[in-house]
Design a protein around this ligand. Structure first.
Ligand SMILES: Nc1ncnc2c1ncn2[C@@H]1O[C@H](COP(=O)(O)OP(=O)(O)O)[C@@H](O)[C@H]1O
Ligand SMILES: [Mg+2]
Length: 271
């Protein structure tokens, strides 16, 4: 499989960005892919999922993603930012509050800093899949992630039809495409879905009407297995591979791969 870099963006918190990155990494790794996770959210939830909150909170800035934004770390060997997670095939560049000061608004005014993640990934390109977890805003960290990515996934919980919020996300993607014309929307991903709730079913229907094929077929259900596995610091694929939650996550990984293959095929025939 050719390497893919994918970021998960939404300016809302709690919509499943970190959870999806965490569990998806497990599904990709179990299928034999090497995965690099970039934690680009100063809250560090993805890092904490693998390494625990005490460890992550105490990491010095020069052991986190913050180092790639920091002039004082210019001569640092960036390879040492990549850490094992304890799961074969999954590595992570962790982060914590040290990243916060670099996550500034108006990211497009930051000059070369806008390319920090992109340059880092160009130097460390020996992974099949790179997943970038973004903060719940569209500041420098999300901006850097979009500039470094091939694809964006927009996780959306099926409530509170704040199309306003989504519009800003799409605007930011369009803006990022000026600097990274290769960036594509892979689609919206319905997360935390409870099929028993009419409001969730109607939301999903409306989203599919609005965005058509730009909504992934796979839906991530609200499932306690995701939470419990995270609390046990294991992607659900490893915690409970037979659970419905693990199965859906494998479906999601497979759909991502097949959508990308489809896109590449169309591009090759010039469609
Ligand atoms: N599909 C899901 N089922 C159950 N709990 C979920 C699901 N997705 C996320 N959560 C939980 O919801 C909370 C917020 O999710 P998170 O992924 O951290 O959101 P975000 O990164 O978008 O802010 C976490 O406690 C997470 O474990
Ligand atoms: Mg998060």
């Amino acid at each position: 499989m050719a390497s893919i870099t994918l970021c998960l963006i939404n300016q809302k918190g709690g919509c499943g960005k970190s959870s999806t990155c965490f569990h998806l990494a497990g599904a990709f790794a179990a299928s034999g892919c090497s995965v690099l996770l970039i934690d680009a959210d100063p809250q560090g939830s993805l890092s904490q999922g693998f390494m625990g909150s005490d460890y992550v909170e105490n990491l010095p800035g020069n052991k986190t993603l913050a180092a790639i934004f920091d002039e004082e770390c210019f001569f640092l060997d960036q390879q040492q930012l990549i850490q094992p997670t304890g799961f074969e095939g999954i590595s992570i560049v962790p982060c914590n509050q040290h990243l916060a000061k670099f996550n500034v608004p108006e990211p497009e005014k930051a000059g070369m800093v806008q390319y920090s993640v992109k340059e880092f990934l160009e130097q460390h390109d020996n992974y099949d899949v790179v997943l970038i977890d973004c903060p719940p805003n569209l500041y420098q960290c999300s901006w850097n992630s979009m500039i470094a990515s091939d694809y964006v996934v927009i996780p959306v919980p099926p409530e509170d039809f704040g199309t306003q919020g989504l519009r800003a996300v799409h605007q930011a993607i369009d803006n990022a495409r000026r600097l990274n014309p290769g960036l594509r929307r892979l689609g919206h991903l319905v997360t935390r879905y409870d099929k028993r709730l009419l409001v969730h079913r109607s939301y999903e229907e409306r989203l599919r009407e609005l965005y058509k094929e730009m909504v992934l077929d796979t839906v991530v259900p609200e499932a306690s297995a995701f939470k419990v596995a995270l609390a046990c610091r294991q992607p659900v694929e490893y915690y409970s591979s037979k659970s419905a939650a693990a199965e859906r996550t494998r479906d999601l990984a497979a759909e991502i791969v097949s959508r990308i293959a489809e896109r590449n095929k169309k591009r090759m025939v010039g469609a």
